[in-house]
Design a protein around this ligand. Structure first.
Ligand code: ADP
Length: 164
């Protein structure tokens, strides 16, 4: 049987408990799961560079045997083709994500005939986003319950550093 290779692409600036939940569940439906960190040329200034994001995601997922953390700088579909990916994985939060995700999924299918599997956000994390986290930390509040404990300190410090 052909291997089911999934690719969960994203910006992960920073990785959140919502991302991690999607990774854990996606790993259960894939033989191999790539977490793909996009090098977003032209997107807003990032809190963390890709090497830092990769290190954090490695630390958070090293116990899941079929997960591999990679970075890419081309179009998602080009990268997916190069890695012989069977389908993309995306998380879907209520309200916030549908329109954009629908557009991306259709565009990716049109360009490369690749399907996107959507996993519904867990109700515990449906409100969690990287931008909300940056906003909360900007005002000095701690991030417990938003980002994994292992990276809470560094994310909090980094947002405060960027504030100056
Ligand atoms: P992008 O800039 O590509 O949207 P993100 O890092 O913001 O990258 O998100 C990557 C994926 O993770 C997207 O599919 C997004 O919908 C999903 N995601 C983000 N936060 C959550 C969450 N709290 N619960 C479930 N999925 C999420």
């Amino acid at each position: 049987m052909t291997k089911r290779i999934g690719l969960f692409p994203g910006t992960f600036d920073p990785p959140t408990l919502g991302h991690l939940d999607i990774v854990k569940r996606a790993a259960g439906v894939c033989d191999h799961l790539y977490i793909g960190i996009a090098q977003n040329l032209g997107k807003r200034e990032q809190l963390f560079n890709v090497e830092e994001k990769q290190a954090m995601l490695l630390e958070l997922t090293h116990t899941i045997p079929n997960v591999e953390v990679v970075t890419f700088s081309e179009l998602v579909v080009e990268f997916a083709k190069r890695k012989e990916v069977s389908f993309l994985i995306r998380g879907l939060r209520p309200f916030a994500d549908f329109e954009h995700e629908f557009q991306m999924a259709l565009a990716n299918r049109m360009m490369a005939e690749i399907e996107t599997l959507f996993l519904m956000a867990d109700e515990r994390y449906a409100h969690v986003s990287s931008s909300l986290i940056r906003e909360i930390a900007h005002f000095g509040h701690r991030l417990k319950g938003f980002v994994p404990d292992a990276i809470e300190d560094i994310v909090h410090q980094r947002v405060l550093m960027h504030r100056q």
